[in-house]
Design a protein around this ligand. Structure first.
Ligand code: KG4
Ligand code: ZN
Length: 361
């Protein structure tokens, strides 16, 4: 079964064709990140306008490998509809959560294509779908039961997955998300946007983990017995630290590297601890990571170290699944995979953009 998936919840316009939930036949991502980098964050109107500009070219490009007309042939909407009709079995689209203007572009386009081709339409929750990057082009498919951690720009959510259909939300952030904390603290350190990769690159410059490392930041809610997260206290601690270091003339390149390192350590410590607490409680076989922050190398490294030290890895056979970086950040491939395994086709009138969509499958 071939699904054409469309994703437009934030600043990426993406489309993909996925076969049987596991094989990427074609994928295209167009990002307006460069525009947002200049101002250090996302302006919703700019993102929506960019979505409008990119959506049809992106879908045309993703369908092009299936086209029987020559690549130089003049494109027109009826050709696109014919090609979808001939090659695709269903259409999946992100309906939320996300920015209303951006979501509307993808949802209305998907509805129009479903109406004109007669194909079924499958609405998808962007957050849950992130975990399905772990089913794409893999030698080893994740085994259930699993714990899923979605760490993106706007979300930090922990799930227990009994199977494709039975999920339980265990907890999430009370305030800032992990990615948001990377982005906001990177701005304080003047490292640019998006902050996660910028902080990770800066932290890697720290070569000697010696005793001169004087900066210590809090690990919010590290010892709480629940699965809730909170990162705003970390952000406040970084603001205070930056003010203190700048006012006492201690601000230099080395300090920025140390701060970046400690921010990354704090965020990854909390994420790994809570996730492994959930692994223990639910005795699962797999850990699934998803979302932009899952691309963080230190996070995977820490998971691997601690799975070995907290559990007898050989005996317990806990497998960590981390998508490649290109599938961690927003794209449509995992939207198509999720739609195949968990999606339910809906009528056109039931499919609407929902910026505050709740976390359900
Ligand atoms: O999933 P995603 O692409 O978009 C949302 O749905 O939000 O996640 C974007 C977030 C940003 O906050 C970005 O700073 C973070 O993922 N991110 C990273 C890394 N790459 C992206 N955070 C830490 N380390 C990375 N390597
Ligand atoms: Zn996302």
């Amino acid at each position: 079964m071939k699904i054409l998936a469309i994703e437009s919840s934030c600043d990426e316009t993406a489309a993909a064709v996925i076969e049987d939930g596991v094989k990427i036949l074609s994928t295209v991502v167009s990002s307006s990140e460069d525009l947002h980098r200049e101002i250090g964050g996302i302006i919703p109107e700019t993102a929506a306008r960019q979505q409008l500009h990119s959506i049809l070219p992106v879908i045309e490009k993703v369908i092009a490998p299936f086209s029987i007309s020559s690549p130089t042939a003049k494109k027109n909407p009826s050709k696109l509809i014919e090609e979808i009709q001939r090659n695709i079995d269903g259409i999946a689209v992100t309906i939320g959560p996300g920015l209303i203007g951006s979501l509307l572009v993808g949802v209305e386009t998907a509805k129009t294509l479903a109406y004109s081709t007669g194909k079924s339409l499958i609405p998808v929750n962007h957050i849950s779908a992130h975990l399905y990057a772990n089913w794409l082009d893999r030698k080893k498919i994740p085994e259930f039961p699993a714990i899923g951690l979605v760490v993106s720009g706007g979300h930090t959510e922990l799930f227990f997955l009994k199977n494709h259909r039975e999920w339980k939300w265990l907890g999430g952030t009370r305030d800032d998300a992990a990615g948001e904390t990377f982005d906001k603290t990177a701005r304080l350190l003047e490292l640019g946007y998006p902050g996660g990769p910028a902080i990770a690159a800066e932290a890697e410059k720290l070569t000697t983990l010696d005793s001169q490392l004087s900066i210590k930041l809090p690990r919010p809610m590290f010892d709480s017995k629940d699965f809730q997260f909170s990162f705003s206290g970390l952000k406040t601690a970084v603001i205070r630290k930056v003010q203190e270091l700048q006012s006492t003339n201690q601000w230099d390149e080395q300090i920025v590297i140390q701060l970046a390192h400690e921010i990354q350590e704090s965020i990854t410590d909390v994420l790994v601890k809570k996730t492994l607490d959930a692994v223990k409680k639910y005795a699962v076989k797999s850990i699934l990571l998803g979302g932009g922050v899952a691309a963080n190398r230190r996070l995977s490294e820490k998971f691997n170290l601690q799975i070995s030290s907290r559990f007898n890895r050989e005996k317990s056979k806990i497998n960590l699944h981390v998508p490649p970086p290109s599938l961690c950040t927003d794209n449509a491939a995992y939207i198509g995979s999720f739609a195949y395994f968990c999606g339910k086709p809906a009528s056109l009138s039931e499919v609407n953009a929902e910026p505050n969509l709740e976390l359900e499958v």
